[in-house]
Each structure stands twice: as structure tokens, then as C-alpha cells.
Ligand binder design. Structure first.
Ligand code: HEC
Length: 141
């Protein structure tokens, strides 16, 4: 009886080990797939409070765009300028968002810069490499 119990525990441990391995494997695959869809927001520092990209316009955007809802709605979006305008008009029409006045083009610049279409002008290809460390090939004598 004691032995059976031990076997069961070992089998369970083995199973959990395999489950954990496959789980971490699939999440690896997923993160490498999304890596090709990176945007500028991935490579800049984030505001710890909202997760929004740190930028000279952060406070403006934070003040105007996180008053009613979580910044997550922005973080999960990737819109072109036209689509951002459309979203803002929709919020103004149906959600009582105020007229953004002179701030609007500044906010739009920020939104498109960091939360624009992830592929940008690169048509689904990865972004150009930023910091390449070249190394010298040693000739093998
Ligand atoms: C007056 C309140 C208010 C303000 C201010 C506001 N929003 Fe919204 N926004 C809303 C509401 C309400 C929704 C709908 C939320 C939901 O669906 O749960 C929304 C939804 C959104 C969505 C999701 C829309 C979609 O269809 O995916 C985005 C993105 C968004 N807002 C961005 C912004 C940005 C950027 C700003 C700053 C310019 C902003 N919001 C300011 C009220 C506001």
C-alpha cells in the first residue's frame, strides 16, 4: 500500500513535469511569433502607473485618455491615424469625450507613434535592427 502511494506520487510528479514543459514550450513559441509584430512601444520605457510609453507627451495623453477608462484599452490597440481619429470621434459622439482642441493632433501623434499599426511601413516584416554588434571574423589558420 505504501509503495502504491509512492508510485502514484512519482507518476503524478512526472506528469506535472511534462505538462509544465509543454506549457512553457508553447508560450515560448507564442512569444517568438508575436516578436515579429513589435512596435516602437515595445522598445521604450513604460510609465509604471499606466504602462503607456514614456514620452514628453505622456502627461497630456494620460490626463486626457485615462480619465474614463484604463490605459489597457489604448495598450491593446494598434490603429492608423485615421482609425484613431475615428475612435476619438466615436467616443465624442457616444461616450461624452470632450473636444480635445489643440491637444488632439499632439495626442494623435503620440498614439500613432507608439500604438500605430505594428507592422508600420515594413509590410509585416520585422523592424530594422537597432543596435547591431558586429564582430570580427578570426581567420582560422
Ligand atoms: C469621457 C470618457 C472617455 C475619455 C476621456 C476617453 N475615453 Fe476612450 N472610451 C470611453 C468609453 C466609455 C469606451 C468604451 C469602453 C468599453 O467598451 O468598455 C472607450 C473606449 C476606448 C477604446 C477602445 C475602443 C475600441 O473600439 O477598441 C480606446 C482605444 C480608447 N477608448 C482610447 C481613448 C483615448 C486614446 C483617449 C484619449 C484621447 C480616450 N479613450 C479618452 C470613454 C472615454
Amino acid at each position: 500500500m505504501k509503495n502504491n502511494c509512492l508510485m502514484l506520487v512519482l507518476a503524478l510528479a512526472g506528469f506535472l513535469g511534462i505538462a509544465a514543459q509543454t506549457a512553457s514550450h508553447t508560450s515560448d513559441a507564442r512569444s517568438s511569433r508575436t516578436a515579429s509584430a513589435r512596435s516602437l512601444a515595445d522598445s521604450v520605457k513604460k510609465d509604471p502607473e499606466t504602462g503607456l510609453a514614456i514620452d514628453p507627451q505622456l502627461m497630456l495623453v494620460k490626463g486626457q485618455c485615462t480619465a474614463c477608462h484604463s490605459s489597457k484599452l489604448i495598450l491593446q490597440s494598434r490603429f492608423s491615424r485615421d482609425k484613431w481619429i475615428e475612435r476619438i470621434r466615436w467616443m465624442q459622439r457616444t461616450q461624452k469625450l470632450w473636444d480635445l482642441g489643440e491637444s488632439e493632433p499632439i495626442i494623435l501623434d503620440y498614439l500613432v507613434k507608439y500604438y500605430g499599426p505594428a507592422t508600420g511601413s515594413f509590410d509585416g516584416r520585422r523592424e530594422p535592427l537597432q543596435s547591431i554588434k558586429w564582430y570580427k571574423l578570426e581567420s582560422s589558420r
